[in-house]
Design a protein around this ligand. Structure first.
Ligand code: G4F
Length: 312
């Protein structure tokens, strides 16, 4: 199931369609409440735990550095402690981020230095090192995936790829006049989220726990993404886009391009969808949304095909 954003907004928007499936159960818990996490992990005794939760918006982390630290740094700590104390057999995946590379020039890989440039990146760095420390200190199966930007139609609307895709569809089909953005010069290594999720799972199936970079190995500027998105509907982005200083970050990560060679060699993981393909895929989805009377769409993800393409 896909969705179209505003019309079906809820905290569980992305998983509502799984409700009712036998193998899917929801429990209440909160990264800000270590007791709830300990209780849950102790009761469920999971085989695998994926910590994908965070205050994950880089610009917001400058406005809310304290909250970001509490959730994105100390929240992970609560899970690590709960596993150590109550479920030491569980395998743990920590969502580390290419934002941790910060000022380090590309290509970035597992050996590159970590020089984060935002409260978000610094919080992720804390969780990254804590995960490594718990692995080494207590012999637990705990790994971090250092994932470069991964996108899909399910991306939140305040991240640049989805913001662009939605605006292009509205400009083309509904006559919206303009799109206002921040820094157009930053370069990102944008991949397709379903391919990255398969890589995350693969990390927990390895014989030995270790960290991996997942990236496409190609990078594009925000401007390149804009150009591809507008071109997909036969338009010129320069006629529709303005920039606003208030959307710039106090410190920016200028250039991210990952080197996924180790994931390719050891996990046999290789992504196929890159930034400009994503622009077209995401714009097409937004146009379908505008044409949909209900706001819900048939799932665009063929998981068998994703697995085949990544490992095939
Ligand atoms: O889409 P973004 O907000 O993603 P960003 O900051 O790269 O972070 C994402 O990827 C990280 C992995 O490296 C994750 F860890 C993180 O949680 C998140 O998923 O911004 C991408 C680029 C930036 O350079 C930003 O300055 O786009 C630029 N940009 C230009 N105008 C904008 C806008 N970003 C946003 N969100 N909104 C704008 O209007």
């Amino acid at each position: 199931m896909g969705w179209c954003g505003d019309r079906q907004r809820s905290a569980r928007q992305r998983i509502d369609h799984l409700q009712g499936e036998e193998r899917f159960q929801l429990h209440y818990g909160d990264l800000g409440d270590p007791v709830s996490l300990h209780t849950l992990i102790s009761k469920i005794q999971p085989n695998e735990i994926y910590n994908l939760a965070a205050q994950s918006h880089v610009k917001v982390s400058f406005d809310q550095p304290f909250y970001t630290g509490q959730v994105t740094a100390l929240g992970s700590m609560a899970i690590l402690e709960a596993i150590r104390l109550a479920a030491p057999e569980a395998k743990f995946y920590q969502a580390s981020s290419s934002e941790m590379f910060g000022a380090t020039p590309p290509p970035q890989d597992e050996q590159s230095s970590l020089q984060p440039r935002s409260p978000y990146g610094i919080s992720k760095l804390y969780s990254h090192w804590m995960t490594k420390n718990y692995r080494e200190a207590y012999g637990l199966f705990m790994v971090s995936g250092i994932l470069f930007n991964h996108e899909s139609p399910r991306r939140g609307e305040n991240f640049v790829t989805r913001k662009i895709a939605k605006a292009v569809a509205s400009i083309d089909r509904k006559g919206l006049s303009k799109l206002v953005l921040g820094n157009l010069h930053a370069e990102r290594d944008w991949g397709y989220a379903p391919e990255f999720v398969v890589g995350m799972w693969k990390m927990l199936q390895a014989d030995q726990p270790r960290d991996f970079v997942l990236a496409t190995g190609e990078s594009f500027t925000v401007r390149d993404f804009l150009s591809a998105a507008f071109s997909s509907v036969g338009r010129n982005w320069e006629e529709h886009v303005e920039t606003d200083e208030s959307l710039f970050r106090p410190t920016e990560v200028d250039f991210l391009r990952g080197n996924p060679a180790e994931a390719e060699a050891i996990l046999k993981w290789r992504p196929h969808v890159i930034g400009t393909d994503l622009a077209q895929l995401m714009v097409e989805h937004e146009i379908d949304c505008l044409n949909s009377p209900t706001g819900f769409l048939v799932d665009g993800i063929d998981w068998e095909q994703v697995v085949e393409s990544v490992f095939g």
